[in-house]
Write a protein that binds this ligand. Structure first.
Ligand code: PBG
Length: 324
């Protein structure tokens, strides 16, 4: 009989580990943190069990835990007290993100701090840019975005991660950073960001739901693949150092395609809705949380992600340690 015995390589644990093609490591993870004004605030986001809004006096404990788990990098979001039509607290020297970054760098200088660079958490209308006649205007928004990036770099951010999907945002930020002397600060572009329903729980967390309309004039149509390549290509041409695909799970094909085509480090954003769905099912006892989370994280790496932004980073770091 002529057939292949694939099962030979699956016979024992040790044999399976010899031929394993993809590995998860704690250094693959980027952990998102949300900071708010106030004192002694630790509010759980209702739709994201295990994810908190933290005030800055509780930052040290959190950062030390992250570091002790071996996590190398965090991405910082801020929820300000004051919002206005142009998101001015996004580029305020004493904005919540700037204050958080300064504190983190003091406590953990070697932790890589990524600043999410966007306006939607800071605008009273919840859009990611400046509004004129009900439309988010591109070029006016770029100026504010570049200003935000520079103030985050000034505060000590190691990486700038622009997420608002304006055209030319990488070029504008690169120019802004370079002119301010931050030539060594890389840009992690949310190059391919879909207008996704999977962001719902994050918008609860960041209080950034648009007050009118939606984000479909700047974020991408989930039906499109070639458009993702155009977005990635223009960001590379403008000087992006990392590319990101967001969300991750429903877009594994896009991750693979970008990895095959472009020689840049690739990041998958395992977004809030992807987190909440698993959490909800786990709390109900319908799935085994640990094994399902590790399976989905490895699927993102197999699809081509080098790094994964995930709310499961701390849990996954613990589970990987236990498995050793
Ligand atoms: C917006 C932004 C979004 C997320 C991070 N920054 C999405 C959006 O509201 O459009 C989503 C993250 C998540 O869902 O986990 N600049």
């Amino acid at each position: 009989m002529n057939f292949q015995r694939h099962r030979r390589l699956r016979r024992t644990d040790s044999m399976r580990s010899l031929v394993r093609e993809t590995h998860l490591h704690v250094s693959d993870f980027i952990y998102p943190l949300f900071f708010v004004e106030g004192e002694n605030v630790k509010n759980e986001v209702p739709s994201m069990p295990g994810v908190y809004h933290l005030s800055l006096d509780l930052l040290e404990e959190e950062v030390k835990e992250v570091v002790s788990l071996g996590i190398q990098s965090i991405i910082v979001f801020g929820v300000p007290d004051q919002k206005d039509d142009c998101g001015s607290s996004a580029y305020d020297h004493n904005g919540i993100v700037q204050k958080a970054i300064r504190q983190i760098k003091e406590i953990a200088p070697s932790l890589t701090v990524i600043a999410d660079t966007c306006l939607c958490q800071f605008t009273d209308h919840g859009h990611c840019g400046v509004i004129e006649n009900g439309y988010v205007v591109n070029d006016e928004t770029l100026k504010l975005l570049a200003k935000t990036a520079v103030s985050q770099a000034e505060a000590g951010a190691d990486i700038i991660a622009p997420s608002n999907m304006m055209d030319g945002f990488v070029a504008a930020i690169r120019q802004g950073l370079d002119e301010a002397g931050y030539t060594e600060i890389p840009i992690m572009s949310y190059a391919v960001k879909y207008a996704s329903s999977f962001y719902g729980p994050f918008r609860d967390a960041a209080h950034s739901t648009p007050q009118f309309g939606d984000r479909k004039t700047y974020q991408m149509d989930p039906a499109n693949r070639l458009e993702a390549l155009r977005e990635a290509e223009s960001d590379i041409a403008e000087g992006a150092d990392f590319l990101m695909v967001k969300p991750a799970l429903s877009y594994l094909d896009i991750l693979r395609e970008l990895k095959d085509r472009y020689p840049l480090p690739l990041v998958a954003y395992n977004v809030s809705g992807e987190y909440s769905m698993i959490k909800a099912a786990a709390i109900n006892g319908w799935v085994d949380e640990k094994s399902i989370v590790l399976e989905k994280l490895i699927s993102m790496k197999r699809a081509g992600a080098d790094l994964i932004i995930t709310y499961f980073a701390k849990d996954a770091a613990r589970w990987l340690k236990d498995n050793q």
